[in-house]
Design a protein around this ligand. Structure first.
Ligand code: BEZ
Length: 337
């Protein structure tokens, strides 16, 4: 069994057509079809049902596709990591979710550059706005060397360092009756339209499942904002924070990102919760207030590969801790494995 046969099979399966697969692989159609035939003969298994248009995988073909595509992806990761090990790039490619850019990321990078200013050559940093889940793939392909995100990931190739837990604040329109109350409770927000903006949801395994034995006053009436005990696991991050206090907001609106959510709050269309570092945004129209609940927080993680750490990443972690110390931020020092 040869790698080129496997690549031909994956291209045919992905595109469900010999001609489309020939175009993307740069092979001729007869050569592609020959690779597939050789693979099937060697295995003694028909993988692709050629009588269907578009082409379809047989049941065995589907099983083989699922397993082999994972192996080929791992092989790509290993190849890219090996290349980086032999010649690490001078540039440090950093992936980040937008909410950390409003926070300490610019200061961390300035500190890293200042600390490195005596070294030659100067450190070059390249920043990429990239979602939490996409960061994991981007680390494997080498598109980024390190990623900052707000979700934990369990992946055999990735190590994560929990940097800190940042408290959420409530963002209310300036004209809102609660806008001047400095310590807010989630239950007092329940009658407001909550604007949801996360594109990433929590894995069902870590999602909040309402207890089935809650007291009657909390389980019967959903109209009062408390959770219905028959509810599904809550995976949307903001609803999850409310759910941990057995609360369901009565009205929600989903938007594409944090900026849009704050735009709607500014326009008086609802309220939202944002990590505290966002509280400098649109302060003419938005009032940000603390929440009384200490556990309503958003974690910040640094993600990198387990087996290959870019040589500048330890300096980056030092710069982060230096910024935390200068600002009096509580954190627990972590090491790379
Ligand atoms: C922070 O806000 O803690 C942070 C943000 C970006 C990079 C590192 C830390």
């Amino acid at each position: 069994m040869e790698l080129k046969q496997l690549n031909a099979f994956i291209a045919i399966a992905d595109l469900q057509s010999f001609s489309a697969a020939a175009k993307t692989t740069g092979l001729s159609q007869p050569s592609l079809s020959r690779q597939l035939k050789q693979l099937e003969t060697e295995m003694g298994v028909i993988l692709v049902d050629r009588y269907h248009r578009p082409l379809q995988l047989t049941e065995a073909g589907q099983f083989f596709y699922d397993k082999v595509s994972t192996v080929l992806m791992e092989l790509n990761t290993i190849t890219s990591m090996t290349q980086r090990l032999s010649a690490p790039s001078a540039t440090l490619n950093i992936g980040f979710v937008p909410s950390v850019l409003y926070g300490l990321l610019p200061e961390v990078i300035a500190t890293l550059k200042r600390n490195n200013s005596n070294h030659s050559p100067d450190i070059e940093v390249n920043l990429k706005d990239i979602s939490s889940y996409q960061q994991i793939e981007a680390l494997k392909t080498g598109e980024i060397d390190v990623g900052f995100g707000r979700f934990a990931h369990q992946d055999a190739w990735i190590q994560q360092v929990l940097l800190r837990h940042e408290r959420y604040v409530v963002a209310l329109p300036k004209s809102h009756p609660l806008a001047d109350i400095s310590e807010q409770r989630l239950i007092d927000l329940v009658n407001n339209r909550l604007i949801l903006y996360h594109q990433t949801h929590l894995p069902v395994s870590t999602a909040y499942i309402p207890p089935s034995h809650m007291s009657t006053s909390h389980t019967k009436a959903t109209g009062n904002g408390y959770l219905d005990s028959k509810q599904e696991p809550v995976t949307e991050p903001l609803l999850h924070l409310f759910a941990q206090h057995n609360i369901t907001p009565l009205m929600t609106t989903k938007v594409s990102d944090l900026q849009v959510a704050l735009g709607l709050v500014a326009a008086g269309e609802g309220i939202t919760l944002v990590p505290a570092s966002l509280q400098t945004v649109r302060t003419e129209q938005i009032s940000y207030q603390r929440l009384v609940h200490e556990n309503v927080t958003s974690p910040i993680y640094l993600h990198t590969l387990k087996d290959f750490i870019h040589p500048k990443i330890p300096d980056l972690l030092d710069a982060i801790y230096q910024v935390y110390e200068q600002r009096g931020i509580t954190y627990r020092k972590q090491q790379f494995v």
